[in-house]
Design a protein around this ligand. Structure first.
Ligand code: ADP
Ligand code: ASP
Ligand code: MG
Length: 406
């Protein structure tokens, strides 16, 4: 007997027929004698609609109320699945985040899970009951509802699997595993049987939304076995594993892209000590993550342009924050542009091989694509380019690194 956490994403619970198919997947594990807990997302599209409602009434919204609204989609699906399971003769009960409780910090909109109380869940699972738990949500220290950031049900699932000492955490989705790049834009993408935590972490944080970044971080930290597999087809998925479990390591294992980027340029910022701290300190205090940064050495010793990126949904807050301090920062103008995409090549093999970045620059040059910002780490190279070239760039790079399948 094993203890299993199963997570089903939005497309897997998109309507009541699909919820019935999910119930079959749960039944299979229950009938095999396993203890099962299920985490669900909202029906596909519902969270987007809820976010849009909030935007319609308030652009610079209060994050506590944002969470109150956008967490509601999951309440519907957990109740429905519990009902379907009960109808099949399987004991089941739905749980919202606060009922478990799944305790988080108070960073509304992107809260972190701090602790999950599992005593009651364990007791019920031992009797054969299947808890169906709302993903994406938790409870702040002041007892308000929090959400974990878009795609957060992956993190709810891995965190619960770790807290329950589960043998497996199965992430069911609309693709049958992790691919060398998004199979929806590159038909030649290849499915990976295994991927290391580290590569998966880079892929997720660089835009491959198949797993939320924090879910991978958490799996890595707890050594939690995670499998990504299809809700619709019965085929083996992708295992996320330690580096030493992979026999043959590719130089580049994947290409990721993120459209969730906006570029901000501060024109003619004074070139003197302390300026970067004055710009980025208050952004960090406002919970705005800054990603890529480029600054030139100034030609005249006085002023230089500074460009950086933030997430699309933070750009208005960031510009407002900077504009309020424009004199203090001492810049001539604040420009912003949401029509950019970050494209990245990832692979642990890069540690020991030179030339990966060069191949990327050459490939993009051959397609006439201009690179606006570059950033690198030990196992990835990222570039910021015009959004218009997303597909072209990803496909060309996929071919250039020899990743194309049949
Ligand atoms: P869910 O609703 O099940 O959480 P998501 O839409 O969040 O599903 O994630 C699955 C999607 O991730 C796929 O439909 C695919 O388009 C996208 N994706 C991006 N990069 C990859 C990748 N490297 N491998 C697999 N899927 C990817
Ligand atoms: N429903 C939430 C979202 O769409 C959480 C999730 O699906 O993981 O972001
Ligand atoms: Mg997701």
């Amino acid at each position: 007997m094993a203890r299993i956490v199963q997570k089903f994403g939005g497309t897997s619970v998109a309507d009541t027929d699909r919820i019935k198919s999910v119930a079959e997947k749960v039944r299979r594990e229950v009938e095999a004698g396993h203890e099962v807990a299920v985490l669900l997302s909202a029906m596909a599209g519902v969270t987007n609609q809820l976010v849009a409602y909030v935007d319609e009434v308030s652009t610079l919204y209060d994050a506590r109320e944002y969470d109150t609204v956008v967490s509601t989609g999951e309440q519907v699906t957990v109740g429905l699945l519990a009902l379907v399971l009960q109808g099949m003769g399987i004991q089941s009960r739905s749980w919202l985040g606060w009922q478990v409780p799944i305790r988080t910090d108070n960073v509304h909109g992107k809260a972190r899970i701090e602790a999950i109380e599992t005593e009651e869940l364990r007791r019920r699972m031992a009797t054969g009951e299947v808890p169906v738990i709302a993903g994406f949500q938790g409870l702040a220290p002041d007892n308000r509802i929090t959400t974990l950031g878009r795609g957060g049900t992956d993190t709810s699932a891995v965190a619960l699997a770790a807290a329950l000492d589960a043998d497996r955490c199965d992430i069911y989705t609309d693709v049958d595993g992790v691919y060398t790049t998004d199979p929806r834009i590159v038909s030649q993408a290849r499915k990976l049987d295994r991927v290391t935590y580290e590569e998966m972490l880079e892929m997720a944080s660089l835009g491959a939304k198949v797993l939320q970044t924090r879910a991978v971080e958490m799996a890595m930290k707890h050594g939690q076995r995670v499998q990504v597999l299809s809700s619709f087809e019965d085929v083996p998925g992708t295992l996320v594993v330690d580096e030493d479990e992979i026999v043959e390591q590719e130089l580049v294992s994947g290409i990721a892209y993120s459209r969730d980027e906006a570029k901000i340029t501060l024109v003619r910022v004074r070139d003197k000590p302390g300026v970067a701290a004055a710009i980025f300190g208050p952004l960090a205090d406002a919970n705005i993550n800054v990603d890529m940064i480029v600054q030139n050495v100034s030609g005249d010793g006085e002023a230089t342009d500074l460009t950086f990126t933030v997430a699309n949904n933070d750009v208005e807050r960031a510009v407002e924050n900077l504009a309020a301090r424009k004199d203090e920062i001492g810049c001539a103008e604040i420009l912003h542009d949401p029509r950019v995409v970050k494209v990245s090549v990832i692979g642990v093999g890069m540690r020991s091989h030179a030339g990966v970045a060069q191949t990327m620059f050459k490939t993009l040059a051959e397609k006439g694509i201009n690179i606006q910002v570059i950033s690198t780490s030990e196992i990835k190279v990222s570039v910021l380019i015009d959004e218009e070239y997303t597909e072209l760039a990803v496909r060309a790079l996929h071919t250039a690194y020899g990743l194309d399948g049949d």
